[in-house]
Design a protein around this ligand. Structure first.
Ligand code: ZN
Length: 177
């Protein structure tokens, strides 16, 4: 399992600049797709849903197969997390039960349910934004991909688009208080 984290740029040290340069290929490739996930998160906020968005990309073509945000309130469905929705939509669109050539972008660390579904779907790479110490299941809690019962772990890249993803979540929860 690979966990790569981008560090927030401080713009001062040469080391940081060098790190940014070395991260550029991955960041560049992932930015438009995480932007699509963040756009979904903003739509979730407008819909009164927890602002989490996801997009799933066919790595062979670079096409976004599906993008969605949380729908648990709208659909009265406890499983309608953004990741579950894009996995279902992408699999239905390709007519296959597993997505080994696909990459999933999500603005928040997936919960244990979604992490397990990502494993079942054989997702190639997982890119996520903010960490979720309270509800996450990748770097926190049950760490689904590290378990012996987990038979496929994607490559994992955390901290992509983290600042914007965190800001949306903080705004949402502070408005609810
Ligand atoms: Zn989830």
């Amino acid at each position: 399992m690979i966990i790569a984290r981008t560090s927030p740029p401080d713009g001062n040290s040469l080391t940081t600049r060098a790190d940014m340069i070395s991260l550029r290929p991955m960041t560049k490739a992932s930015t438009p797709f995480m932007a699509a996930a963040l756009d979904q998160a903003r739509q979730a906020q407008d819909a009164g849903e927890v602002p989490v968005g996801a997009a799933i990309v066919d790595s062979r073509t670079g096409e976004i197969l599906a993008a969605a945000h949380n729908h648990t309130e709208t659909d009265a469905d406890p499983t309608a997390h953004a990741e579950m929705l894009v996995l279902r939509a992408a699999a239905a669109r390709l007519g296959v039960p597993r997505l080994p050539d696909c990459d999933l972008y999500v603005t928040l660390e997936p919960c244990p349910m979604c992490a397990q579904a990502i494993s079942f779907a054989r997702i190639r790479r997982l890119y996520f934004g903010a960490s979720d110490p309270k509800g996450g299941g990748v770097e926190h809690g049950p760490r689904i991909f590290d378990q012996p019962t987990c038979h496929h772990a994607p490559e994992i890249y955390g901290g992509i688009g983290e600042a914007e993803a965190s800001r949306l979540l903080k705004e949402f929860f502070s408005a609810r208080r």
